[in-house]
Each structure stands twice: as structure tokens, then as C-alpha cells.
Design a protein around this ligand. Sequence first.
Ligand SMILES: [Zn+2]
Length: 395
Amino acid sequence: MPPIRLPFRGRRTDFPPDLWTRCPSCQEMLFNKQLEKALRVCPNCGHHFRLAARRRLELLLDGGSFRERDAGLQSVDPLGFADSKPYPDRLAAAQLATGEREAAIWGTGSIEGRPVAICAMDFGFIGGSMGAVVGEKVTRAAEAALAERLPLIVVSASGGARMQEGTFSLMQLAKTMAALERLRAGRVPYISVMTDPTTGGVFASFAAVGDVNLAEPNALIGFAGARVSGGTIAEELPPGFQRAEFLLQHGFVDRIVPRPELRDEIVRLLEYLVPPRPAEASAEVAAVAPGFRPLSFLNALAGRPVETGGDGRSARPAAEAPATVPTPTMPAVPATTGLGLRPAHREAGSPPAEAAEAPKAGEKPEARQFETQTAEAETGAAVGARRPAEGARRG
Ligand SMILES: [Zn+2]
């Protein structure tokens, strides 16, 4: 027997969600169409709703200027991971829900006629979590920005590393940072836009290290959750300590920009932050005084056993391995931009330009050979990034 349809609906206690959205901040009911028109900012209280990645790009870039790159990259399931459901099912559901292949989109476009490389994340895709593909896209965006001398903009919206890819996710932190470090050495500007939420491994890597760090009002920004952070230092944390405003007061964020003003703000910044032209770039880089570089710093610590003359092979610093990953995985990028770290011990003596541009120059041949071997054998980010291409070819 077919189910009986009631000829009348029960008293409506709520509005149909496809038409109305309740503002979680001021409880006002907002008409969806109006909310979209207002860039998903509550007209009543200014609450910033989350924004899908495509919409974000539309909002920031000149109309029709976006050229997506690496659209075919897709996550694989390197660990065969299943929680309440298998990881591939989760991916399929997220793809269906968002219409995107992954939690990040990157490409080139222009803002007020100025060309940029831009990467935007989508929180709707498994919490915007960073697996091998998201890390790879951020890295490729940074490498293209360096190769083509384009300012880089990354709009973050993420819960952090993707649990389902385990340690492969964690390696993205080092990989993205290595690419940004080379970008910094090449004096190409990088603007980080932190939106609600920017947490975990994304905050702990590329989101927090922009030349300018922008944030949307009241965005949740932090590493671990409030309870974990409080428990770790065994102290009561001040209210709102992970909100954009608090981070602005404490110097982590340079500016809080309401969404309707974000594009104009970036335009203004791009007027100040001009990447060097390829010709003048190499000369300028040579003149840069080596400042504090987190990666070189870690490298220096990790590299000590190698330099003291122990067995270089077994004592190879772990920090270096992820950075060599891009080499085998990136056929599209010229080999010179995809190479590994400069060894920290050369930094003091030789000019940074040489270190950044030609890592081959002073290196011991055995060391290089070993690096490529490890990159093939040990590092897993390669697995996540290489296979998607195959998947794309098949499907
Ligand atoms: Zn509101």
C-alpha cells in the first residue's frame, strides 16, 4: 500500500531550509536569496556565513578571468581507511554535495587586472581538510606563483589535516611550507586569507605565514580546540581566544576585513606587494639578508647529525624528506622549481639566491642520489598525488 499523504501539513514550526536560513548569531531568519546577494553576510548583525570555494573565487577575481589548474587531482585511499564508513564513500559523498573533486581549487586569474595565483578551500568538502591533494594544490599554486612571478593568495577554510589520510596529511605541512619558503626567497608576495574556520594543520602551516595575514570578522582561527589547548597548558583560556579579533590583538593577524571589502583590500595590498620581474629577481634575492626561516631552522637542528660526520645515510634528517617529494610527483612543473631544500649549513656562507635557485650547486653527489631514492621509496605524499592523475585519466 502506498503511504498515505496528509492533505494538510502540520503546524509549521520552522521555515523550509531551502528558502530561509537562521542566523546563528542574531537568530534572525534570513531569506536565502538575499543572503546570497549580501555575500552570505547577515545584513542584521554582520555574521559571516561560510562560503563555497567557487563563490569565493567569483567574489575576489575579475569576472571570467579564472583559469583552473590541476582540476583532475583526486584523493586516493592510501591507507584503506574506514571509520563509520569507508574513506572512498566519504569522498564520493563530498563530491556529490559540493560538486568539487577536492577541498581546494587553485588556478590563475586577475584582480582589477592584476594577475594572481589563487587557491581557495571549501569547508563543505570533508571540513576543508587537507589531504595529499589539498597540500599538493597549495604547493603547486606556490610553485607556479614563483615560476610566473605572480602574487599568491590562499583563502583557507579548514578543520586541519585529513584524518583519513593519516601521516600523508601531516607531510603536507612540510611540503607546503617548503614551497612557500622558496616563494619567500624569490620575493614573491603571499597573502593569506583566513576564514571561518582555519584550524589544525592548515593554521599550523601555510595559513599563518602570509606576508600579510588577513582574516574575516569573528573567524575561528587556531591550532587545537579550546578544551585541548586549555588542558595542555592547564590554564583557563580567555574567552574568544581563537577568534580573529583576539589574534589581531596578539599579532597573528594583520588585518580583519569584512567580506564585502575583501576584494578592495587585496587590490590595495597588491599595489604595494609587487613581485620582482624575472630579470631583477635573481639580483634582488641575492641581496636579501637571511632572516628567521622556520624551515631552515628545523633543518639546521635536524641536520646536525649529518654534519658531525656520522653515517649520512641513516642519519638523514627527517625534515628534508617531505620537501623532496614534489620532484617525482610534479611533471608539469619545471624541475628547477620543484627541487628540495637548500641545506642549512650553506646558508650562512653562500648567497641565498644560489641556494634557492640552484640547490644542485654545492651538494655532495651521494647525498642527492640518496634523496631521490628516499623520495621514491619512503615518502607517501607521492602516493596520494601521483595516483589521482591516473584516476583522472581513467574517469
Ligand atoms: Zn545575524
